[in-house]
Design a protein around this ligand. Sequence first.
Ligand SMILES: [Zn+2]
Length: 57
Amino acid sequence: MLCENCRLGTTVEISLTVGGHLVSLVSCSHCDKRIWQADGKGVEVNHVLTMANGMRK
Ligand SMILES: [Zn+2]
């Protein structure tokens, strides 16, 4: 996929499960833009970390 940020690089999507949520990380090899998505919605990385922390309880 073409990067929406720089429109020069291509993005790589990595999917993982964090705290029972499907989380995707889309990262661009050109501008290093990282987009996190949880359950199909864009989220801040802090939100992902919060979900990961909840897993350790
Ligand atoms: Zn980019």
